[in-house]
Design a protein around this ligand. Structure first.
Ligand code: CP
Ligand code: NVA
Length: 306
């Protein structure tokens, strides 16, 4: 009997052991590309985007190429999910040509409907709820920066959004301690916090950003206004005043603290230019790691093993 297909809608679909091995594979293949297996030889991967992307599209395409496969990127104006035809029919169509269907969507339930409709793996390339491919790259980057994940401390300062949720689950699965500081009304969802704690995660919620970052190894932030929330940009800019990662916040963390951001960044809003462009920043290493993360993930989903 063949194994059931694996989807990747959120990082907690991986077990603790699978995630640890996946991270080992990312490191091994990054260090020694001769070890990469052509897991996608002769196969296609569909990459669907309802929203813009620089890193996810390019890292995804190059990850597929690295595994010997052929990526096809499709934009929303070409397929118009749930307008031209249903998410299920889009998925069924793409599944007849491709080995994996990866999609960036506004509504997370579109991914769930696709996953239920087809027998190929569905990968979340960002939804309103989660950004698990980003979290894989974040964990890889923190491991590279700090030598390990277990017991290290990361402060996430900003919006309790999709990126923060996936980071919380990834941290919980790897023993990384997470302190989250968000303005009132923009905190991580209680269900996310409960789920992270149920996975064994140490997650603290601290309202004062300076208190949150004291002594941490990494400060992480993301945009104050995610894609699809543009109408709220001015209200959010007011609400998040005081949550900018600036030199004072980095100094509170300590002289060795590093800075991460999933990008795209908005200098002068969630991060000061002096921080993101300064010596503590590892954002370009983090961006490059999107490809290493996606490559190991796609191989795992196709082969069912890491
Ligand atoms: N971090 C990230 O997902 O970037 P893109 O939106 O450019 O893909
Ligand atoms: N939270 C951001 C992440 C972008 C990569 C968004 O959803 O727009």
């Amino acid at each position: 009997m063949t194994e059931p297909k694996r989807d990747f809608l959120e990082i907690d679909e991986l077990s603790h052991a699978e995630l640890a091995t996946l991270l080992d594979t990312m490191v091994a293949w990054k260090v020694d590309p001769s070890r990469i297996r052509p897991a996608l030889a002769g196969k296609g991967v569909a990459l669907v985007f309802e929203k813009p992307s620089a890193r996810t599209r390019n890292s995804g395409e190059m990850a597929v190429v690295g595994l010997g496969g052929h990526p096809v990127t499709i934009r929303q104006d070409e397929i118009s999910i749930d307008h031209r035809e249903s998410a299920e029919d889009v998925a069924r169509t793409l599944a007849s040509f491709h080995a994996i269907l990866a999609a960036r969507v506004f509504d997370h339930t579109v991914l769930e409907r696709m996953a239920a409709a087809v027998d190929i793996p569905i990968v979340n390339l960002l939804s309103d709820r989660a950004h698990p491919c980003q979290a894989l790259a974040d964990l890889l980057t923190i491991r590279e920066l700090l030598g390990a994940l277990e017991g290290r401390r990361v402060a996430y300062v900003g919006d309790g959004n999709n990126v923060a949720a996936s980071l919380a689950f990834g941290a919980a699965l790897t023993g990384l301690e997470l302190i989250v500081s968000s303005p009132v009304g923009y905190e991580l969802d209680d269900l996310v916090v409960d789920r992270a704690r149920n996975l064994g995660g140490v997650i603290e919620l601290v309202s004062d950003p300076h208190e949150a970052v004291r002594g941490v190894d990494v400060i992480y932030t993301d945009t104050w206004t995610s894609m699809g929330e543009e109408a709220e940009a001015e209200i959010r800019r007011e609400a998040f005043r005081g949550w900018q990662v600036d030199d004072a916040l980095m100094a509170t963390a300590g002289p060795d603290a590093r800075f991460l951001h999933c990008l795209p960044a908005h200098r002068g809003d969630e991060v000061a230019a002096s921080v993101i462009d300064g010596p503590a920043s590892a954002v370009w290493q983090q961006a490059a790691n999107r490809m290493h993360a996606a490559r190991a993930l796609f191989a795992f989903l196709i082969e069912g093993t890491v």
